[in-house]
Design a protein. Structure first.
Length: 281
């Protein structure tokens, strides 16, 4: 596992990592790039930067297939707090992605278990996730895999705990009774099966989650710790999110020079170590 304390915004770094990976992959109709995507406040700037790259003719999503990590059960797709609405409003409606290549779990499906099974099958049939970007909750949950989730779980229906419902109620007029208590979510194994994983964390409220992810023991009671078992994970955070880590841990990762630090060093020059002509697709 790699920790990167970004000198830029966490979202901007993530956008350029996605940018770099898609360009290096050189996707085509026959060989699309498979991307897992999150919702929430932390990724907003990532989506804004990706839209800008598209508008500047530096990046195309024509040959990208996307899979979203989760969705509430029971919210109409057009509801302003549904993840369908979030993704289209903040990203998909502003780029050239083929809408047939967008996969978001349907929380209104007549058979939710079948919907989850079909979602898993679609990931497998596409060739598996090349990259997944996600966030982390204060209690260490990833997607809607909350404490107590099985580390071998696949996409499934998940009943949300009270703390998650309470936290989410801020999006529903602070009314818990209006806040969904069920969700569909990628499982922990689904996430671990991705070839490349990026986790975004901002703010001191995420400091405990980041510290457990890096320095804690693997446990289903802290789902993000499962990422320690993956061979290509980076947690990108701001300085506030490192406050619970040992100083020597932070210093250790600061001294590493690799593709992750290279992106951070080159964001301002729009290069990321690649010639601009190679970025265009």
């Amino acid at each position: 596992m790699r920790l990167l304390v970004s000198k830029h915004s966490v979202g901007k770094w993530a956008a350029y990592y996605i940018y770099k990976k898609i360009i290096e992959f050189k996707p085509t109709i026959a060989k699309p790039f498979i991307l897992g995507l999150p919702t929430g406040t932390t990724p907003i700037e990532m989506y804004q930067e990706l839209i800008k790259l598209y508008q500047d003719n530096k990046l195309s999503f024509k040959h990208v297939i996307s899979f979203n990590m989760d969705e509430y059960v029971g919210l109409p797709k057009e509801h302003p707090q549904s993840y369908h609405h979030y993704m289209h409003n903040n990203f998909f409606d502003h780029i050239d992605i083929n809408h047939n290549n967008i996969y978001i779990l349907d929380g209104n499906a007549s058979n939710l278990e079948l919907e989850c099974k079909k979602f898993e099958e679609n990931i497998l049939q596409s060739g598996g996730l090349d990259l997944i970007v996600g966030g982390v909750g204060e209690d260490g949950h990833i997607a809607f895999n909350e404490p107590g989730s099985s580390l071998t779980s696949l996409t499934r229906v998940k009943r949300l705990n009270y703390n998650t419902i309470l936290a989410n109620s801020r999006f529903f007029n602070n009314n818990i009774s209006q806040t969904p208590s069920l969700a569909l979510t990628m499982g922990i194994k689904t996430i671990l099966d991705a070839k490349d994983i990026v986790i975004l964390a901002k703010g001191v409220k995420k400091a405990s989650a980041v510290a457990n992810a890096i320095e804690g023991a693997v446990s289903g009671m802290y789902p993000i710790t499962a990422l320690q078992m993956h061979n290509k994970v980076v947690i990108v955070c701001d300085e506030f999110a490192t406050y619970n880590l040992k100083v020597r841990t932070v210093r250790y990762f600061e001294d590493i020079k690799d593709e992750y630090s290279l992106i951070g060093d080159n964001i301002d020059s729009f290069s990321c170590g690649l010639e601009t002509s190679k970025w265009l697709i």
